[in-house]
Write a protein that binds this ligand. Structure first.
Ligand code: SF4
Length: 439
């Protein structure tokens, strides 16, 4: 079968090849390259830069610049590549969808990224109990000609374990918690310079290598080309994972994601460390990291949650804040002392107890936890709570009067896992490596 050049907005979702490498190559076409492991490939970095690809994990950093930093870093240690498919964000399902539908796109992207920086080691990181684990294992077993062998690292599931420095430490067999002051491109897996790329970013890279930089730029914006996966939840007719072109009007994105069952009160963008935004404001934006950034918002990893009218956003935010406080690594002051207090105060406010006092306490605590941690975890919690105070101002006034505007069904059905124990030091490596290809 001749592979068809993807056109339109369905790229990662144009096919679902599953675990079979032969089916994958039939549907997406071969990777026509001749790689030399360990030799940084400037042409691949140039292709990536010209495509304008940005990381889909939440930072939206230009991928070509990341590659250049690794390739030109001047370290005498061999670089490593880590593909981040941890999906620590409970409201995001895009990595799980991608690995289930098209795992070989991610593996192909890993080959290209590894070659672009001259890595001899490439590791896919997922968390324990990942829904795609069996698919990943089956697909990896079908790859025996990779120039760069692919390891599978299965790490403890924890919200902060997908932070880049935490992930690099975890793949190296240490605690997967953020490391203050160490950036993976300088000191990553086993002390080697490490490039961490999100799984979706790598899948786009696999298509760019096949169809070129100009093809990639056929959709999206000049500054943020291409499409991105989004995880739609809440008041959507069909919650799920969808693909949308960057720059698309948010009203259209809502339709791509199946439309709404009701006019929501607000949308949560970017996940549990993201922002609440009123429905009116959200529907005037575009699905574009830059448009959202100038409005003080963040596309993050593509989470879009529509809050149904019968739900209480304050109760929902309090539940998320409680979860996030418990998911910190518990090693810096803002996380050890500030987040729990913030979550408790917000919970009291949401339960309509001493609303004025608790609101005052929350507002006093927010600046005390912001930009004071070893990583951005407390910043995300503060951002979410601060946006809730703005967007749900009317609800707060109702709570102060002893009422709730959403009293018919005040619970919110966010996917919030049980708060897990903080990671404890492990006696030995917490993951079991499986290796493909030849070493
Ligand atoms: S800010 Fe919190 S999550 Fe981040 S490193 Fe410090 S304790 Fe860990």
């Amino acid at each position: 079968m001749m592979p068809k050049r993807p056109s339109g907005n369905a790229r990662l979702t144009s096919h679902s090849a599953g675990t079979s490498l032969a089916t994958h190559l039939d549907l997406f076409g071969p990777l026509d390259v001749n790689w030399q492991p360990g030799t940084p490939d400037a042409a691949l970095r140039d292709l990536t830069t010209r495509s304008g690809l940005r990381g889909r994990g939440g930072g939206w950093f230009p991928t070509g610049r990341k590659m250049d930093a690794l390739a030109n870093g001047g370290s005498d240690k061999p670089p490593c590549l880590v593909a981040n498919a941890m999906e620590s964000e409970p409201a995001s399902h895009s990595d799980a969808w991608l690995l289930s539908a098209n795992p070989h796109l991610v593996f192909d992207g890993m080959q290209i990224a590894a070659q672009s920086i001259g890595a001899r080691r490439a590791t896919l990181a997922i968390h324990e109990g990942h829904s795609a684990e069996s698919v990943v294992r089956e697909a990896l077993a079908d790859r025996n000609a990779d120039a760069v062998p692919i390891d599978l690292a299965i790490l403890k599931s924890h919200y902060v374990s997908s932070e880049e420095s935490a992930l690099a430490q975890g793949v190296g067999g240490d605690l997967a918690i953020p490391v203050y002051g160490l950036r993976p491109h300088e000191y990553g897996v086993d002390g080697n310079p490490t490039m961490v790329n999100n799984a979706e970013t790598l899948a786009h890279l696999a298509l760019i290598a096949r169809w070129g930089a100009d093809w990639f730029r056929e959709v999206g914006t000049p500054d943020a080309p291409g499409t991105a996966l989004l995880s739609a939840g809440g008041a959507f007719v069909q919650p799920g994972v969808y693909e949308a072109p960057l720059g698309e009007a948010s009203t259209n994105v809502v339709e791509i994601a199946g439309g709404l069952v009701d006019v929501p009160i607000a949308f949560l963008i970017g996940g549990y460390g993201g922002h609440w935004v009123s429905a009116e404001e959200f529907l005037s934006t575009s699905w574009d990291p830059e448009d959202l950034r100038v409005r003080g918002l963040n596309l993050g990893a593509g989470v879009l949650w529509a809050l149904p009218a019968e739900n209480c956003g304050l109760i929902g935010t309090a539940r998320i804040a409680t979860y996030m406080a418990g998911e910190s690594a518990g090693q810096c002051g803002p996380c050890r002392f500030g987040l729990s207090e913030l979550a408790d105060r917000l919970t009291q406010l949401a339960l309509r107890r001493d609303v004025a006092d608790n609101l005052q306490a929350v507002e006093a605590l927010l600046p005390l936890v912001t930009r004071r941690g070893g990583c951005a975890h407390p910043d995300g919690v503060a951002r979410l709570i601060g946006s809730a105070i703005d967007v749900f101002a009317e609800e707060i006034a109702e709570h102060a009067a002893g009422r709730c505007m959403s009293a018919d069904d005040p619970e919110v059905t966010f996917p919030i896992p049980e708060v897990r124990e903080r990671p404890a030091p492990l006696p030995d490596r917490s993951w079991r490596p499986i290796t493909t290809g030849s070493r």
